[in-house]
Ligand binder design. Structure first.
Ligand SMILES: *Cc1c(COP(=O)(O)O)cnc(C)c1O
Length: 458
């Protein structure tokens, strides 16, 4: 949903005869549906040209989302644009692919019995978070009702650094967010602080594998250990949900010995974004529960015209099926070893860039890409320019490298972050470094208004 305001004053502004093809000489209203038809090639040219000024996705180091797929994957996707995911009756093979992907992920994340798990695809990790959160809320409410206790004050424990989807979940479903703030030198959730915030109204703890602010892994195993003690003492049965939007497709390949997943007792559900390090174009996420009991029956709708057992649990109904096809393609095409290799390359580039940026001597790394291939840095000390200005300067060269402030209690710290994805090569990394060095040089000379005096470099 785009929440654009309707531009009433400009309603009738027209586009036309400056765009498109030579024989296109008609004006088209911008904010009203045109009265007449136009030939397909004209419409194509208009839309195509309008998109020209969108950014170049390969130079966007802000997003985590996949911007490159193989020609064969693209071909499969375009062959399957018309498949509606929800029509499992009509497209049983697409549904089968979804099930296989869920099982593969359950296995990858060490579910005790991957054939006994339950899970589904979603539009992304945000929808997955809503579903996981709802399951935790329902389970908590049932536990409380069984003990005759009130169920009007559920809360969710997490770090202040959670992705916005968790704040959304809390607001949309009336849950009190209980957030552990950051502290100097600690940019993610702390196990002891998290445990301190738990009470009998806690529906769960969210731990993040690869935080959006710094790319670090939160200490899931430590949280699990502390939570086990608390749950034993109180009989509260608080579960952990791991938001592994990025890390779910990194840790199994690059840090296989790290215990963050269903190997831990209280980890009951995990989400990941297929369209991040799952290497699929935008539009697919995954949620997997440890076992069937973790997903309350009441939340599952059964579509009776299928004959079989085809449960659905989703916020949307209709949804493109082709992203699931693409995810399944990637699993077959790359296999474990292929994923490992792709992610290793991204991590090597991230670590290299982090090292080189640290070597510029004016920056201090907060993370170095050794968890997910994401790292961030701040200015070592106050300088004559800000990271916002540096970010702006890089923008002139087409790079999108965001600068932002950290959340409480570190709102006075500004950082810059790079997300390395497949397709970001050492060559591109070196070009970025060159541009950064030049930008810093110019900024230090006091040239903050961007390239006017020194000219564009390329
Ligand atoms: C990206 C991200 C999300 C949201 O995922 P979408 O797939 O974009 O909906 C949630 N949590 C974390 C940690 C993320 O990195």
């Amino acid at each position: 949903m785009a929440l654009h305001k309707i531009k009433t004053k400009e309603r009738d502004e027209l586009v036309g005869n400056i765009y498109g093809s030579r024989d296109f000489d008609r004006k088209v209203p911008k904010y009203k549906i045109p009265k007449e038809e136009m030939p397909a090639d004209h419409a194509y040219a208009l839309v195509h040209d309008m998109l020209m000024l969108d950014g170049n996705a390969r130079l966007n180091l802000a997003t985590f989302v996949g911007t490159w797929m193989e020609p064969e994957a693209k071909q499969l996707m375009s062959e399957t644009f018309d498949k509606n995911m929800i029509d499992k009756d009509e497209y049983p093979q697409t549904a089968e692919m979804e099930m296989r992907c869920v099982n593969m992920l359950a296995d990858l994340w060490h579910a005790p019995n991957s054939a006994e798990t339950i899970g589904c695809s979603t539009t992304g990790s945000s929808e997955a978070a809503m579903l996981a959160g709802l399951a935790m809320k329902w389970r908590w409410r049932k536990r409380m009702q069984e003990q005759g206790k009130p169920t009007d004050k559920p809360n969710l424990v997490m770090g202040i650094n959670v992705q916005i989807c968790w704040e959304k979940f809390c607001r949309y479903w009336d849950i009190e967010p209980k957030q552990v703030p950051m502290e100097s030198g600690r940019y993610c959730l702390d196990a002891e602080e998290a445990i301190k915030l738990c009470d009998e109204n806690t529906i769960g703890i969210v731990g993040i594998l690869g935080t959006t602010f710094t790319g670090e892994y939160e200490p899931i195993a430590k949280i699990d250990k502390e939570l086990d003690k608390l749950n034993k003492k109180t009989l509260w049965q608080i579960p952990i949900h791991v938001d592994a939007a990025s890390g779910g497709f990194i840790a199994p390949f690059l840090q296989p010995r790290l215990k963050w997943d269903f190997r831990l007792k209280w980890v009951k559900s995990i989400n990941a974004s297929g369209h991040k390090y799952g290497l699929v174009y935008p539009g697919v996420g995954w949620i997997v529960w440890r076992d069937k009991e973790e997903l309350p029956e009441e939340l599952i709708f059964r579509v009776n015209y299928l004959g079989g057992e085809m449960p659905t649990f989703a916020l949307n109904f209709s949804r493109p099926g082709n992203q699931i096809v693409a995810q399944y393609y990637n699993f077959l095409r790359l296999g474990f070893e292929g994923y490992r290799r792709v992610q290793q390359v991204s991590q090597d580039v991230a670590k290299y860039l982090a090292k080189e940026i640290a070597a510029m001597n004016i920056f201090e790394l907060l993370s170095d890409g050794s968890d997910i291939p994401v790292f961030c840095w701040k200015l070592k000390k106050e300088m004559s320019f800000t990271l916002f200005q540096l970010s702006d300067r890089l923008r002139y060269h087409g790079w999108q490298v965001p600068a932002y402030t950290l959340p409480e209690n570190l709102t006075d710290i500004t950082v810059m972050r790079v997300v390395v994805r497949e397709g970001f090569t050492i060559e591109l990394a070196n070009l970025l470094l060159d541009d950064m060095k030049r930008a810093v040089h110019d900024l230090l000379k006091g040239d903050v208004d961007g390239g006017q005096k020194s000219g564009f470099h390329h």
